[in-house]
Design a protein around this ligand. Structure first.
Ligand code: P6P
Length: 321
């Protein structure tokens, strides 16, 4: 078996970036241990605060955020960090080569029901022309990412990772706190028969999206001529993992509700890292006619519609809009 450290070396990953990834991996092993204990670790329930998104923070949101922040601030190569749970950019170390953004616990509404949750992270080169703690540090299109991944805290804890090459999958050995390579080059089939969307929002979608989903539901008797199945995890990390493992299309489209007229998912630390993983596994990730990775960011916590997964199916969706 090849462990994460060996794979990073084999990929000629710059030493400081490799150390950064290994630090994130180490923190995720500690988060995984707390998730596994749940109520026994006193990590369930609400933290009683709201984050910048206006969402009620769970205890584990705050715990995971603080663990990741502490670990990253200790690395000289980290110049700044951004988090779903932090209103503003947090300055780290002057001269650091990298900036890191993360969603410390994606899908946290699943925590108290023992559902899938995860940590999503992305790494960019630091920008010398702006201040360490400026949001402009992160005003870089997703195509600039040097690394992206997630840890999925499920029956096993797994990490999907790309450092610019193929997307790979690693599995945590809890006793060692280390990840072993378990799938070398993820490859999303171009066609699929599975879609993921929150159907409760159907009345708020555009007519074109409503028609596209209705065709999926019509199955073999409808325009698509084949049956489709549906899944919705309530955690992007779980839905994207399923797409990476067996194909499919994941949709969080814009809708007419004020809060999600630009979709619900955040560009910086949800859409972009997932888009890089999906593209480097042969899939597509788009907003309208544009690749998500080419979207020019306008604000730190901006939301964006997300359509990603099996390339031919994503292109079919685009052709229906
Ligand atoms: P809904 C979790 O809160 C999240 O940000 C994503 O992980 C997930 O895909 C989405 O929101 C779920 O949204 O509308 O189903 O609650």
């Amino acid at each position: 078996m090849i462990d994460l450290a060996r794979q990073l070396t084999d990929d000629n990953t710059p030493a400081e970036l490799g150390q950064l990834v290994l630090k994130l991996a180490s923190v995720s092993a500690d988060i995984s241990a707390k998730v596994r204990l749940g109520a026994l670790a006193g990590v369930l329930g609400s933290a009683g605060e709201q984050n910048v998104q206006g969402e009620t923070q769970k205890k584990l949101d705050v715990i995971a955020n603080d663990m990741l922040k502490e670990a990253l601030l200790s690395l000289p190569q980290v110049r700044a960090l951004a988090s779903e749970e932090e209103d503003n950019v947090v300055a780290a170390n002057h001269g650091g080569a990298y900036i890191v953004a993360f969603d410390p616990l994606d899908g946290s509404s699943n925590i108290d029901i023992n559902g899938q949750i995860g940590t999503i992270f992305t790494v960019y080169p630091a920008r010398d022309e702006v201040a360490c703690d400026s949001a402009e540090q992160f005003a870089q299109p997703g195509r600039q990412q040097v690394c992206a991944g997630y840890m999925l805290y499920g029956p096993s804890t797994q990490m999907a990772l790309t450092t610019g090459g193929p997307s790979r999958l690693f599995t945590l050995v809890p006793e060692q706190g280390a990840y072993q390579l378990t799938q070398n080059e993820l490859n999303i089939a171009p066609e699929c028969q599975e879609f993921a969307i929150n159907m409760a929002n159907q009345r708020h979608w555009s007519p074109a999206t409503q028609a596209y989903i209705a065709d999926l539901q019509a199955g073999s008797t409808g325009a698509r001529g084949k049956d489709f199945n549906m899944r919705w995890n309530g955690a992007m990390v779980g839905d994207v993992h399923r797409v990476l493992m067996r194909g499919g299309i994941f949709l969080y489209p814009a809708n007419t509700q004020s809060k999600t007229h630009n979709g619900k998912l955040r560009l910086l630390y949800e859409a972009n890292p997932m888009a890089l993983l999906v593209e480097n596994a042969g899939g597509k990730a788009v907003v309208g006619a544009q690749a998500i990775l080419d979207v020019a960011p306008e604000s730190l916590h901006q939301r964006v519609p997300v359509i990603l997964g099996s390339g031919a199916e994503v292109e079919y969706f685009q052709a229906q809009q």
